[in-house]
Design a protein around this ligand. Sequence first.
Ligand code: BTN
Length: 309
Amino acid sequence: MHETRRAILEAIADGPVSGPALAEALEISRAAVWKHVEELREAGFEVESGPDGYELLEVGTYNGEAVEFGLEAPFDVEYHDSIGSTNDRARELAGEGVADLAVLADEQVGGRGRLERAWTAPSGGVWVSVVNRPTVAPAQAPLFTLAASVATARAAREAGVDARIKWPNDVVVPLDDEGAYEKLAGILTEMEGETDRVEWLVVGIGVNANIDADDLPETATSIREEAGDVDRRLFVQRLLEAFDDLRSDLESVVPAWCDLSLTLGQRVRVDRPSKAVVGDAVDVTDAGALVLETDDGRVTVTAGDCEHL
Ligand code: BTN
């Protein structure tokens, strides 16, 4: 966000401030203050001009500037009303050297899921892809995916949804005590790097937020269905802040994931590219792999499609 506009918003968020006072504090002309305020209004911020000056009544909009305002994490936000896939755009920006940027969209018309599946992403969801340039080895990349699922589940829980995590990274809502669920959110992580070094990591997060269940696949649910509509600006801020905390402390990720896991303790089948394995999910390794107790002993699976049996 433009630094002067951010400073104006911060100044007028807690009560009215006069144009001359803003001009003096920011060392700009009164005409420039007026112009910035007009631009803020055009961007959707509700700014009142009263006898005591300008006052921010409500952010009242969902776009890049609105999400950046009040965000306590170091991300710039690029917003699109409609886009093919936020992951595609984030990959493009990552290739240009960008870091700590979140690409956000109201709607995706070419949303992508794991395993080359399509991802339904109508208007009203939270579709966001974060560009990271961490100094980690590729083996640690799965921790970023787990971190995103923990951050998403935490934000959903704050919104009143009983969100849990199905290994490795589906955020789901339990339907019973037997491990049945409906899917609330999914994560698609894509990376570029060498054998010993990650160059960039794009973590794409798709949350079915303010969407009718009828507009989603049959096995999916949404925040609207579970708890009513959420303020997407505040939701994505909490999500990005939690993700930033977790990625800055990778050792905290697996314990936090275990606390929210719906998979641990379940009998599961993991379809791996080589062959399927069935067993009881008993643990997760430091790198986020799932440990199964099978008839033939313990098996550790690093990737695959996991079904609760
Ligand atoms: C899955 O569960 O299969 C992963 C779904 C990931 C969807 C998100 S929405 C934001 C980002 N952009 C995409 O095209 N995909 C991810």
